[in-house]
Design a protein around this ligand. Structure first.
Ligand SMILES: [Ca+2]
Ligand SMILES: [Ca+2]
Length: 635
């Protein structure tokens, strides 16, 4: 075929244009976070973080009733655009089409320079779902009993998901305390009746979000992120736990059985293999330092009116570890990313409460905003924060409080480390420290919202701390289930699991016996438990179940009396009833006269021993055995 000269020249020019394309010829969006959103939110704004190779400059249009693109923002990294949408209250659930258009420049070489000679417009359509809201979180309160468990270490309900070759950590080995053991959400689902039987109402799971982290070197050993505190993709539950589907199933099944779910949130830091960290939108998404700066782990500079700015900055902006980068919450994109994930989690999964990790390490204004956004959507949502501090004023500072201070926290509940310390002292030094400690509740706006505990995943196990003394064990359990606050048990405490964190945390995070294939016995059943384990289990269950039907113990007023002669006496009482608790932390049997309790005991003549069922026909003098507790329902 012979073309006329002008046509031949034109074709040559066109081919040159194609040859000298310097930009990607396609437009691709590989991620959008949040992965979906909801109609009918009180706050009508949502900010989509969109990622794809060199998408900077992309325009976004939406044609959908009630949905408007407010603006498209760019950041340093050309692999992102950030799209602000308004979703008006009239908008209906459905799939919107994000029409993304980018003009790719066409360049050509003219003499020694490359010049743009035209543009090629590429449009793609990305579906994005707006779901209807269905979540109705039930509040967690002092009516509840919370059970904390570590999903990798509790029960393996699906051995096919123990390890994956496409993850950074491909191993699973129950013989190695630092590797993953294969526990998962299906294992928890399988044992929901165990919690019901024990009198538990709420499960707090250590984090379930994907931790696609490589093994790290810590103290000369290779360790996995089996604990879950190093997120790598906020919108996916770890597939070794069963993924989003298993989490949805757990929550649905738990709710059907009358159990609630509290999720563990980590806003302070993130896994160094998080997809955002590996391709940062801009450097200031993380708190950056000229050289690596670890946090000092100190709360005092955060509270202290005399603290140096540098000390405070190191506490809050220093990194938790070198492989847990610290989010910069002062960057509004980061703040939105984390706040929206919290809101999304409540709506998408239907969780009932939040426990917030490493609270004071976060920018505190950001935390107030986050709490407020959650409470705007769900006013009854329970949120408690971990502040591992050493005195009541500092603990109160980070929750709603009665302090006159320039910055006021709006966090509903404290994780009550001070009462934990006081309980250990009371049991190991016989000093009834719990009496003095509770007196300092004047500093909290509402101490009944504090989460109280005997141990958790970061602490020596309770049974070891009290020298494996079964009498002390019962006293501590009695106190936990009868004083003010929201009691929390750590998995295995009910079956006398023990150990100190020596040499490492892994010692207090052992597998729940019977949760894993091949276990020689199952502590989930009375038959598999030893007599001592059954005695412990039954003790917890008796009190937990009694508590479930005693409004006095759940929400009644607490009146306590000055400890005398080693006896700490207190009452929980309301219009429905009165419960008397006597704790004898001395080596002798004590016979106490009840005359001085008349302001509460007025009109009371008999009592039932809640733990034994025995009736006491006279209450003038009550005998309390050495190192023992009495819980009496007064009539
Ligand atoms: Ca498994
Ligand atoms: Ca921080």
């Amino acid at each position: 075929m012979h073309l006329p000269l002008p046509l031949r020249l034109a074709l040559t020019f066109f081919l040159l244009c194609v040859t000298y394309f310097t930009e990607a010829q396609g437009l691709k969006i590989d991620r959008i976070n949040p992965t979906n959103w909801f109609v009918g939110m009180k706050n009508q704004q949502v900010q989509l973080l969109m990622h794809g190779p060199n998408i900077k400059g992309t325009k976004v249009k939406v044609t959908y009733p009630g949905v408007f693109v407010e603006r498209v923002q760019t950041v340093e990294n050309p692999n992102y655009i950030i799209v602000d949408l308004t979703i008006a209250s009239a908008a209906q659930a459905g799939t919107i089409q994000l029409q993304c258009t980018k003009i790719f420049p066409i360049t050509e070489k003219r003499q020694n320079a490359t010049v743009i000679s035209g543009g090629r417009e590429v449009t793609i359509t990305v579906p994005y779902e707006l779901k209807a809201r269905t979540a109705k979180p039930q509040t967690v309160s002092s009516r509840d009993l919370v059970y904390l468990l570590l999903p990798d270490r509790f029960a393996n309900g699906d051995p096919t998901n123990d390890q994956f070759s496409d993850l950074a950590d491909t191993q699973s080995d129950r013989n190695n305390p630092f590797l993953r053991h294969g526990g998962d959400l299906q294992g928890i689902i399988r044992n929901l009746d165990y919690f019901k039987d024990l009198g538990v109402t709420t499960l707090w799971l250590n984090p379930v979000i994907e931790n696609d982290q490589a093994l790290t070197d810590e103290g000369g050993t290779r360790r996995s992120a089996y604990h879950g505190y190093a997120f790598t993709d906020h919108y996916n539950v770890d597939k070794r736990l069963g993924g989003n589907e298993a989490y949805l199933k757990l929550i649905k099944t738990a709710h059907e059985k009358g159990l609630k779910i509290m999720q563990d949130a980590v806003y302070n830091h993130v896994g160094n293999r998080h997809w955002i960290v590996r391709d940062l939108p801009s450097k200031d998404w993380l708190n950056q330092w000229p050289e690596y700066q670890n946090t000092s782990y100190k709360d005092q500079p955060v509270v202290d009116p005399y603290a140096s700015k540098q000390d405070r900055k190191i506490s809050q902006d220093g990194w938790f570890t070198s492989f847990l980068p610290d989010w910069n919450h002062k960057n509004p994109f980061v703040a939105n990313f984390l706040i929206q994930h919290a809101l999304w989690t409540v709506e998408y999964f239907g969780i009932d409460a939040w426990r917030v990790d490493t609270y004071f390490y976060n920018h505190l204004e950001f935390m107030n905003t986050l709490n407020q956004r959650l409470l705007e959507e769900h006013p009854n949502l329970y949120i408690c924060g971990e502040n591992w501090v050493n005195n009541v004023p500092n603990q109160a500072y980070f929750v709603k409080n009665n302090l006159s201070v320039p910055w006021k926290s709006n966090l509903p509940g404290a994780i009550d480390f001070q009462l934990y310390f006081a309980t250990n002292e009371s049991l190991n030094q016989s000093n009834n420290r719990w009496y003095d400690l509770l007196g300092q509740d004047i500093l909290y706006a509402d101490a009944s919202r504090n989460l109280i505990f005997l141990d958790n995943h970061d602490l020596d196990r309770y049974f070891s701390v009290i020298g494996e003394d079964f009498n002390k064990y019962k006293m501590g359990i009695t106190f936990l289930l009868t004083t003010r606050g929201i009691p929390q048990l750590y998995y295995g405490t009910e079956i006398l699991m023990k150990n100190f964190k020596n040499p490492t945390d892994a010692e207090v995070r052992k597998d729940f016996p019977g949760g894993f294939p091949g276990d020689p016995s199952s502590k989930f059943t009375a038959n598999g438990r030893t007599p001592a384990e059954n005695e412990a289990f039954n003790f917890v269950r008796t009190l937990a179940r009694y508590r479930q039907q005693s409004t006095a113990l759940q929400t009644g007023k607490l009146t306590h009396f000055l400890p005398q002669d080693g006896i700490y006496a207190y009452f929980r009482h309301d219009s429905q009833g009165k419960v008397m608790v006597l704790l004898n932390s001395s080596k002798e049997t004590k016979s106490i006269s009840t005359d001085r309790f008349s302001e509460v005991m007025n009109g009371v003549s008999t009592a039932r021993n809640v733990l034994t069922g025995a009736t006491l026909s006279s209450l003038k003098q009550i005998q309390v055995l050495p190192w023992s507790s009495l819980v009496l329902e007064l009539h």
